[in-house]
Design a binder for this molecule. Structure first.
Ligand SMILES: [Zn+2]
Length: 435
């Protein structure tokens, strides 16, 4: 097998490896890398092999946290020793499984399961957390040496605050290992906040959702700590980061320090086909998610068609055309009420009027549309990715572009979330200015 050198882009988004995210039709560029969960390794081994043969990265998720959650639910995972047992069993299984290092180019390595579960339960990290991280990093380095240069082992770091992230970054920097930062928990935070703490505290007067800010502080903390002990920026993978506006914000922070950053997220697929509230991504006026029922509402009420120029929306519209006239008649007859997500589900009144936006009662159509919406969302993220890469090469231009995006995002998004993105970006800028 010939391995081509991968392009060293400053930023890449990895979708989950699926037949429909890999083979997206003629003329559609593939991604630099794909994420593969360990549970799909057997089913998708051939596709993974094809990706790697083409010189793409294949990032193997260890699935360890899922195992830990199951054990924590079924029995009681209530101390660090039990968590370490789970980890040890996983490592033995993994190292015995020869296909694993052969299939992947990047592997999510040894993980401090105990810290991860403590944070999920809303608890503090215990005093042993840094010591365990140090052990995981040593293990990862030894494992990486055995696997050779073709595979890179990432050390997952579970932290919730800037101070924790900074300390963890220092430990990882001493080992010089690649860092995986899980951001799913932070991005799903339901907390609201009126301050952000990095190495300074910034407060404001009106609370905003904390999710973007929680993700931003741990990213900045890890990068600062790492740079201090390693003398260079880390190779960083942000796990579970697919929020369209957060990609440029995070990339601008990482690229300015010389870090190579990759991210992955299941969200473009979930938003397109599994969440009851379907969301479609847009690049203009700013990277955003639009709820499908709101798109349908604007189409019915104001005659504003979706009209996306991407090949995936185009193909669905040609195969299953929208019928806004019929939808509007129905809407007027029903008292012109605002639409809700249920109106576009398979039992809803507009299910067959906007095939691209709804859940069809026809299984073939439903599957085809779900895949098309996924690929639409990925098409948008790919355009954002392209802009980041181009601008990262010209000093100062990425930052200026992101600044404009965040302003436009603030005008178009839900006001609280728009404000939260602005505050996260402000924190990144202050961090960059401090050098
Ligand atoms: Zn589209």
């Amino acid at each position: 097998m010939t391995i081509k050198a991968r392009d060293s882009h400053a930023f890449s988004f990895y979708p989950n490896l699926k037949p429909y995210t890999f083979n997206r039709g003629p003329g559609n560029r593939r991604f630099d890398g794909y994420l593969l969960s360990r549970e799909y390794l057997a089913d998708l081994a051939a596709l993974g092999h094809e990706a790697v043969t083409e010189g793409r990265a294949l990032f193997l998720d260890n699935g360890l946290l899922d195992d830990g959650r199951k054990i924590g639910r079924d029995a009681v995972l209530d101390d660090a020793t039990q968590a370490a047992d789970v980890l040890t069993r996983w490592l033995r299984a993994t190292e015995a499984e020869e296909r694993l290092p052969l299939a992947a180019t990047e592997v999510l390595g040894p993980e401090d399961l105990w810290s991860a579960l403590q944070l999920e339960r809303g608890l503090e990290l215990d005093e042993g957390a840094l010591e365990r991280l140090d052990a995981q990093a040593s293990w990862a380095r030894a494992w990486n040496d055995r696997l050779g240069a073709r595979v890179q082992v990432f050390v997952p770091v579970h932290v919730a605050t800037y101070a924790q992230a900074y300390d963890a970054g220092r430990v990882l920097g001493r080992h010089g290992v690649a860092v995986a930062l899980p951001l799913t928990r932070a991005l799903q935070s339901r907390r609201w906040t009126e301050s952000i703490t990095t190495d300074e505290v910034t407060t404001w007067t009106k609370v905003v959702p904390a999710a973007y800010l929680e993700a931003t502080v741990v990213l900045l903390g890890v990068m600062s700590g790492y740079r201090e002990t390693a003398g260079r920026a880390p190779r960083l993978h942000a796990l579970g980061l697919g929020t369209p506006i957060m990609l440029p914000i995070v990339a601008a922070a990482a690229c300015a320090t010389g870090s190579v950053i990759t991210t992955d997220s299941m969200a473009p697929i979930n938003d397109a086909m599994t969440e009851p509230t379907t969301s479609l991504y847009v690049e203009t006026p700013a990277p955003l998610k639009y709820k499908a029922f709101k798109i349908a509402q604007a189409w019915i009420e104001k005659g504003m068609p979706w009209g996306c120029p991407c090949p995936f929306c185009d193909a669905i519209e040609a195969r299953y055309p929208s019928n806004p006239v019929r939808a509007r008649e129905k809407w007027l007859a029903g008292g012109a009420k605002p639409l809700s997500k249920d109106d576009l589900l398979s039992a809803g009144p507009y299910s067959e009027d906007f095939p691209l936006l709804s859940w069809s009662r026809n299984a073939t159509q439903h599957a085809a549309v779900g895949i098309a919406r996924t690929n639409h969302n990925l098409w948008v993220l790919q355009r954002v990715e392209q802009h980041i890469r181009q601008l990262a090469m010209v000093e100062g231009s990425l930052r200026a572009w992101v600044d404009g995006l965040v302003t436009r995002h603030g005008q178009a998004a839900d006001p609280s979330w728009g404000r939260a993105a602005q505050l996260a970006w402000d924190a990144v800028q202050r961090w960059l200015d401090r050098g």
